[in-house]
Design a protein around this ligand. Structure first.
Ligand code: WTA
Length: 636
């Protein structure tokens, strides 16, 4: 394998080499993979403002050969996947690399037999079960483009994604377990597909054993299809820049966009970042709690660990079922050595009695990771002290769906780890802080817009079906840079601290939403004329969703009437997006603070929601300054 960065000296040397001789550096990193044909150029394409990078162009490969086949000779009997079910009393299931290889091949043959071809888009809406991992890899095996939709999204959200991706195939299950609840997944898909005339085939995995409606000619059971499907399947040879997957994520405007990652660059980036950040060893048992429906689940639940030949744990359940000790019980049960989770989970478990964590030994743990949102110092210390027992380095990993993998983070035990700071950039990543006018801010103890100079192997290639959107969003705001949408601070030692989004994106429990996206959902409600959504600090979720809503007609006359309307608004949001986007607070208002040109002054709405009402700033430019008093008086 490529040289691992084990010491701070290695880090500085690698950083220097990646900056000064990137082609040589990235060629060396890519060397150990299985290539059907080597690249003709390491880096290419017009980066910015065109927004098109290429990596390892000319190369031919299949990522699943690198995740599976490559390991068979030396790790065939090593555990690839451990599945821990929702219910702690249900037995876990384990797959060696050889077994996983067979299952993936079989699933790939089922796809082929059902007419899926190279380049076709396949939407996957499944619980966190082994068949989800197999489905994703099966797509990659035959060169189909997977687009996983988190199984908490609503049928409307599924339909939007299926139609945007032009997917003709959907893979799903009968139902899923989430803590004490069971959810009928297939019927959500059925609702969605009423608006997706292009879908030809739905393949359903049996999980709960629930009766489901099967549409004649369209729906088939996976287990029936698998009966005669072979467990060997030749991997399709892919070009380096063929799309590997589409993953929808929210931006500051419009509907969620389909972030596209390609074969070779994503593979190299997933493996390189995984090994170095977590300082992975051969016998590690690694657990990333993120659902495969999010990018963290893609890169660090699935591809990264399998590329590295590690053992990865997949958990169907939730942190608090049957009680707030479940994570710790699972760690002890499977001797997990590397644990990667989100601050929101840590904060929710901190709120439970400490006994839940103290009653487990957690002595197998070696490295702890955090991802998805800023981790506050209190949660960091609790994690370090009570979970890591003060002996495990904590890596606070900053990255985005668009970056494919980790960009700024401590390398466990190698580079400095400081509470609430992501730390130093990985070798190959050149972060900068920009002023509003786009000039670089030099020196330390500075704050600005976080952007990345130049390209890296895992960079977003395009937004599906709309390259212009990718160009406008990421590459034209500050030519020469990839713009992240985050604000950051560089401390006296050059460590980065991520402050949060500087655009109209909010981060709720580590999930990204555009405020416009939630407003559009609210505006679908029959009572609503207009709305404005902002984030506000929330103890567990990081940010909560605060919605100001203008109703058709007069404000409700009674509290009871208001409650009915608010419940109806919440129902609409759940139907349009999903439960994860439910507003935490709804304030019914008769107007919104607008400038004379009709622009909503979100700054004021944000301050009110944050409770910082003494510093509202200049409101004289408002069309109707009196509305601010009404909003203040009715604050939730
Ligand atoms: C935020 C998740 C602070 C950030 C991998 C980013 C973080 C957005 C961190 C991307 C972190 C992610 N510290 N903030 N360690 N990690 N973020 O696309 O605002 O779901 O822009 O990717 O999450 O969210 P996404």
């Amino acid at each position: 394998m490529h040289p691992r960065i084990r010491t701070i000296e290695d880090y500085h040397a690698a950083y220097k080499q990646a900056a000064e001789a990137p082609d040589a550096f990235w060629a060396e990193v890519a060397e150990p993979f299985t290539w059907r044909r080597k690249w003709t150029s390491v880096r290419g394409g017009a980066f910015s403002p065109e927004g098109q990078s290429t990596w390892y162009d000319g190369a031919r490969l299949n990522i699943t050969e690198n995740c599976l086949d490559r390991h068979l000779a030396t790790r065939g009997n090593k555990l690839a996947l451990i599945f821990e079910p929702n219910d702690s009393k249900t037995r876990h299931v384990r797959y060696t690399y050889r077994e996983l290889h067979q299952h993936v091949c079989q699933f790939a043959n089922v796809l082929l037999n059902n007419g899926v071809e190279k380049g076709d888009r396949v939407v996957i809406y499944m619980p966190m079960i082994p068949q989800l991992a197999m489905a994703v890899l099966a797509c990659a095996r035959i060169g189909a483009v997977h687009s996983v939709v988190f199984a908490g999204f609503s049928s409307t959200a599924i339909a939007d994604r299926v139609n945007d991706a032009g997917a003709e195939f959907v893979l799903t299950a009968d139902g899923l377990n989430r803590g004490p609840k069971q959810i009928p997944v297939k019927s959500v898909v059925d609702d969605a597909l009423q608006s997706c005339p292009g879908v030809r085939r739905v393949i359903v995995v049996e999980h709960l054993g629930w009766p489901v409606h099967m549409q004649e000619g369209r729906d088939v059971w996976y287990h029936n299809e698998a009966e005669n499907a072979s467990t060997t399947c030749t991997a399709e040879e892919m070009a380096a820049e063929d799309p590997l997957f589409i993953l929808y994520t929210s931006g500051s405007t419009g509907k969620p966009k389909g972030v596209v990652h390609t074969q070779a660059g994503y593979m190299v980036w997933a493996d390189y970042t995984f090994r170095n950040v977590f300082q992975v060893e051969e016998n590690d048992v690694y657990w990333c709690t993120a659902d495969i429906g999010w990018v963290t689940g893609h890169t660090y639940g699935l591809y990264g660990p399998l590329l590295a030949g590690s053992t990865t744990l997949l958990f169907e359940g939730v942190p608090t079922f049957p009680d707030a000790g479940r994570f710790w019980q699972v760690i002890d049960k499977h001797y997990v050595t590397i644990f990667y989770t989100a601050p929101t989970a840590i904060r929710s478990l901190m709120a439970a009695p400490l006994d839940h964590v103290l009653s487990y030994s957690l002595s197998s743990l070696r490295v702890l990771g955090s991802v998805g949102e800023p981790i506050n110092a209190e949660a960091w210390h609790w994690y370090h002290q009570h979970v890591g027992k003060g002996r495990c380095p904590v890596v606070d990993t900053w990255w985005q769906t668009e970056t494919g993998g980790i960009m700024i983070s401590a390398l466990a035990g190698v580079t400095p780890s400081k509470p609430a700071h992501a730390g130093l950039p990985l070798p190959g990543v050149q972060p900068v802080l920009l002023n509003q006018d786009g000039t670089e801010i030099e020196g330390n103890n500075e704050e600005g817009y976080l952007a990345i100079k130049g390209s890296w192997p895992g960079i977003i290639r395009t937004t599906w079906g709309d390259h212009e959107r990718a160009r406008q969003t990421y590459f034209t705001p500050y030519p020469g840079y990839y713009f992240t949408g985050d604000g950051a601070r560089r401390d006296a030692d050059g460590l980065y601290r991520i402050i949060g989004r500087v655009d109209d994106v909010i981060n709720v429990s580590g999930h990204r939403f555009g405020t416009a996206e939630i407003e559009n959902a609210i505006n679908q409600n029959q009572f609503v004329i207009e709305s404005a959504v902002v984030g506000y600090p929330h103890d567990v979720k990081g940010q909560g969703i605060y919605a100001y809503v203008i109703l058709e007609g007069a404000l409700p006359a009674s509290h009871a009437e208001a409650q009915v309307i608010e419940a109806s608004i919440i129902e609409t949001v759940v139907a349009e997006i999903g439960k994860i986007a439910k507003p935490d607070k709804i304030q019914l208002v008769s107007g919104l603070p607008k400038t004379r040109s009709g622009k909503i002054m979100r700054r004021i709405l944000r301050k009110v929601a944050e409770g910082e009402t003494s510093s509202l700033g200049d409101t004289t430019t408002l069309l109707d300054p009196a509305i601010v008093d009404e909003i203040l008086a009715g604050k939730k």
